[in-house]
Every structure is written in structure tokens, then in C-alpha cells.
Design a protein. Structure first.
Length: 344
């Protein structure tokens, strides 16, 4: 099928295509954000007197998703002997800030580093430098485009993207859309330099290409918001204005999803289906509102932080593992799931 081949070609060199899909205004905003340092300095959260040190470097600090990551890290830290230092960046575009934190961890004598990489390419060199000093590196949330790490705890993002596309198609049909009518789906993500984001979009498009009706298309202007909810909201509003046939949104992460939710609520677009990621309060409100069509892919990010810390502790003690990637799994959450699990 021609369209299937076209979508496959789109994701030969995924990151460059995503960059090309952003509007000029989006690129300008991303550049402006990148010029604003957003480093969150290290804070010791456990065992400050220990002679062993773990440094945790996150790629974001705000929002329900990262609060759960920190919860998992904090829970694990209580069980470990090492001093645990928590830091990171509060703007996913501040790649240089995250690299500086990696260098600082090495200079301060880190025995292990837990990293949620903001850029899958740029952080590869930093990870290599760390491991050359025999310091183990465990990744969470996203991987790097290199083998220079010891373990990685994350969602199988290609599989999750495929699940999201399957759910999107079912919901579009359930909402009464005809396979013979023109229809578009908009996509938002936080960063096109994150392997996790790229893989989610790739999985989504691969499934869409093989299963969507011929008249149903993906909006080529894939928006990147840098983890900024306000930008995600304005981007969602712009996509609706510029594409009259949008009947669905795929939000590839928490901030993208919240921004889309806020737009759909504000504009009362009950005709637009949403498949999101993670479970912020705003997303819960939409799931619980029978007038809207929405589901969200719930990651187990607390387990990423918790298991990543325990793995790093084992590596510091000299234990090795043949396995490098660990899928922490996802759950598809809808209104029934919230009711059955008493999620308020």
C-alpha cells in the first residue's frame, strides 16, 4: 500500500523528520527555552554521612509524572547504604545543564549515576566518559543512542505507541467517524531528541499506516513543546485552527496530554478523541467526563526510579547482569479503570 510505504519512509531518520515537522514558531520557542538554564542543584536526600555516593540526574522536575519518579527514587534511597544526591533540569531543552551535572557528579566522586537523559544523542558522550572511570550508569525513562550504560528501566515505547494507535482507531470509530470521510490526527511530544518520544511516535505511525482508513491522515506538523504545558496548550489550539479535519490527538507524554486536555476543555471540543500518556489531575477529569472520548497510557514511572536505584546499588557492589533493557510496562486507563480501581 502506498501510504504504508510513505509512513515507513517518514521514520527513516525519525528525529530529523520531527524537527522538520515543527512550525517555525515552535523552533523559535524551543531555541529561546534552550537559552534559559534550568538546572536544579543536587540535594542529598539520604545517608549524607556515607562514603558511597549515588547521583540522580532527572530531565524534568515539574508535573505529576516526575513526582512519581521521585517517589520511587526516594523509596529506594531509604533501603540503600549510599548517600543519594538528587538533581536535574527543569526544562527538557537545557541539555548543556544536564551535561554539566554529569561532569559535576564525576568531579564530586560519584560511585554511580542514575540518569533520565533529556537528549539521547548528546548525553551519550557523557555516559561514555563516566563509564570510562568505572562508574556504573543506569538510565530511566529513556535510553541513549549508544551502548554506554549498564541498565535501562523504561517503557517499551514502540509497543506503547502501537497500543495508542490501536486505541485511537477504535475510539474514532466509536465516536461515529466514517472511514470514508476525511479525518486528521494531531501529535504532540515534549522533545524530538528523546529516544522514548521518537519511539512512541514511530510505533504509533507504524500501526496507523497498516490499519487506518485511506482517508484518515496524520497532521504533518508534529508539535514539540519542550515539556511546557502552556506551550502544549497553545500548540493544540493552533493545530485545531489550522486543520479543520482534526478529530483526534495523540499526546506522547504528560505535559503534551495536559496541554491538549486544557485546550479541548476550553474550546468544548467533545468531538475530538484524545489518547494521552500518564495521569495528571486534568487528564483524570477528562476521563471521568462522559461527554469526552479519552484514554491514557499509564506508565509505571515510580518503578523506573525504584528499580533503577536498586540496580545501581547492585552494580556499585560489583554485581553484573547480562540484561540491559527492562520494560516496566504500561496500563491503558479509561473511565472504567478509574472506577474499578477507585482512582479519584
Amino acid at each position: 500500500m502506498r501510504r504504508t510505504k510513505a509512513y515507513r519512509l517518514i521514520f527513516v531518520g525519525v528525529a530529523s523528520v520531527l524537527l522538520g515537522g515543527c512550525s517555525g514558531g515552535s523552533k523559535a520557542n524551543m531555541k529561546e527555552a534552550a537559552e534559559q538554564p534550568a538546572v536544579v542543584d543536587y540535594t542529598c536526600i539520604s545517608n549524607p554521612e556515607s562514603d558511597k555516593q549515588i547521583y540522580v540526574i532527572l530531565k524534568n522536575y515539574h508535573g505529576a509524572y516526575w513526582e512519581k519518579v521521585i517517589d520511587g527514587i526516594t523509596e529506594a534511597a531509604k533501603k540503600l547504604d549510599e548517600a543519594v544526591y538528587l538533581g536535574g533540569i527543569d526544562n527538557e531543552t537545557d541539555i548543556s545543564g544536564q551535561i554539566d551535572l554529569m561532569n559535576q557528579a564525576m568531579e564530586q566522586g560519584a560511585d554511580g549515576i542514575l540518569l533520565a537523559p533529556a537528549d539521547s544523542n548528546s548525553l551519550a558522550d557523557s555516559c561514555q566518559k563516566v563509564r570510562e572511570k568505572d562508574i556504573p550508569v543506569v538510565l530511566i525513562d529513556s535510553s541513549i543512542n549508544s551502548s554506554e550504560f549498564d541498565a535501562c528501566y523504561m517503557t517499551d515505547n514502540i509497543d506503547a505507541g502501537e497500543m495508542a494507535a490501536k486505541e485511537m482507531l477504535e475510539m474514532l470509530y466509536d465516536a461515529g467517524n466514517s472511514p470514508t470521510d476525511p479525518l486528521e490526527v494531531g501529535i504532540q511530544l515534549s522533545a524530538d531528541t528523546s529516544q522514548a518520544m521518537v519511539n512512541r511516535v514511530s510505533g504509533f505511525l507504524n500501526f496507523w499506516a497498516g490499519n487506518a482508513p485511506e482517508q484518515w491522515e496524520i497532521v504533518q506538523d508534529i508539535r514539540v513543546n519542550g515539556g511546557d504545558t502552556k506551550k502544549a496548550q497553545s500548540d493544540a489550539s493552533a493545530l485545531l485552527r489550522e486543520n479543520a479535519d482534526i478529530k483526534g490527538f495523540f499526546g506522547c507524554n504528560n505535559t503534551s496530554t495536559v496541554g491538549i486536555v486544557n485546550t479541548l476543555f476550553e474550546e468544548e471540543r467533545t468531538d475530538v478523541v484524545l489518547v494521552g500518556f500518564d495521569l495528571a489531575d486534568e487528564t483524570k477529569q477528562m476521563l471521568q467526563n462522559p461527554e469526552y472520548h479519552a484514554v491514557t497510557v499509564l506508565q509505571k514511572q515510580d518503578q523506573m526510579g525504584y528499580l533503577g536505584m536498586l540496580s545501581l546499588n547492585s552494580l556499585i557492589k560489583g554485581e553484573k547482569s547480562e540484561q540491559k533493557y527492562f520494560d516496566t510496562g504500561v496500563i491503558m486507563v479509561d473511565s472504567d479503570y478509574l472506577m474499578e480501581n477507585a482512582v479519584s
